[in-house]
Design a protein around this ligand. Structure first.
Ligand code: RB5
Length: 152
């Protein structure tokens, strides 16, 4: 079981809450970074909050939800050590773990239904980084940002 940081803006909060409950049912330890209601908020704040938990090692993985899963991923990817992937299907969820060593999954509540989102999230958490030829490629991604926090 993993410790997972979760966050969403107002356009993703319903799906985020459903996924947080699902993760807890599965036995995962979830740190819910908000938001917690329908009031309009800015998705970068929640992408950053989740990303910082992952970058500092307080969480092993992150889950971000906004309307599309795109803006919140852009924000999360600004934090060194974080590799956030927007995912719309189960295959992408698996491959971004296996090839990119993604540590934050981003989903769009306006684009992805809750059952697909649950399947993609579970697949993401169950898959593993394949290492090998992917190690130097991922290292090149990480080298694009200065190291201010170091993930374990
Ligand atoms: C909010 O309206 C929406 O712009 C946001 O949730 C997200 O889709 C941005 O990428």
């Amino acid at each position: 079981m993993a410790r997972i940081a979760a966050g969403a803006d107002h356009a993703g909060v319903q799906l985020k809450d459903e996924l947080v409950a699902h993760l807890r049912d599965l036995g995962h330890d979830v740190v819910d970074c908000g938001t917690h209601g329908p009031d309009r908020v800015d998705y970068p704040d929640f992408g950053e909050a989740v990303a910082r938990k992952v970058a500092t090692g307080e969480a092993e993985m992150g889950l971000c939800v906004c309307g599309t899963g795109i803006g919140i991923a852009m924000a999360a990817n600004k934090v060194p050590g974080v590799r956030a992937a927007t995912v719309h299907d189960v295959t992408s969820a698996r491959l971004t773990r296996e090839h990119n060593d993604a540590n934050v999954i981003c989903l769009g509540e306006r684009l992805v239904g809750p059952e697909l989102a649950k399947d993609a999230l579970e697949t993401f958490l169950e898959a593993s980084f394949e290492e090998g030829r992917h190690i130097p490629r991922v290292a090149k991604i990480d080298a694009l940002l200065p190291k201010e926090e170091v993930a374990p």
